[in-house]
Design a binder for this molecule. Structure first.
Ligand SMILES: [Zn+2]
Length: 148
């Protein structure tokens, strides 16, 4: 995983369903999913927060932890949603980066999201490897981390 895939809010775009859909070319495999190259690669400073945060909108800060208001209410809301549904905490990610540096964070993320079956990447939004577990997802398009 690469540093450019870590968004200012602490999201790891490498595990986003829209990025993995693109990477695995899921449109060709019968899924109608939108593709996204990641917030930073697309030049969007932050897809989640930029409309509501001037500093992110103008690209004034690299990561939210560098902001005096970190963690702000908006980030807390986002973090709660992601912790509850998607097994990911932006705030924890940012605190880890701040304390241990990007290299260690990327290594940890690599291990956290690696599919034990094929070495592909598990999507945080689905809870499945979008390389080898597409049948499960095809059977239930609302599948999320074994729920429903
Ligand atoms: Zn896999």
């Amino acid at each position: 995983m690469e540093e450019i895939m870590i968004a200012p809010c602490g999201m790891n775009c490498s595990v986003c369903v829209a990025y993995l859909a693109m990477k695995n070319d899921l449109k060709k495999k019968g899924f109608s999913r939108s593709y996204c190259a990641g917030c930073r690669p697309r030049g969007k400073n932050c897809a989640f927060m930029k409309k509501k945060c001037e500093k992110l909108g103008e690209g004034l800060i690299q990561f939210c932890y560098k902001c005096e208001n970190f963690p702000c209410q908006r980030l807390k809301h986002l973090d709660k949603r992601y912790r509850t549904k998607y097994h990911l905490s932006m705030i924890e990610n940012l605190n880890f980066i701040k304390a241990n540096g990007m290299e260690k964070f990327l290594a940890r993320e690599e291990a956290k999201w690696r599919c034990p079956q094929c070495g592909g990447t598990i999507s945080c939004h689905v809870g499945l490897c979008l390389q080898c577990s597409l049948d499960t997802w095809k059977q239930n398009r609302k599948y999320r981390w074994g729920e429903q």
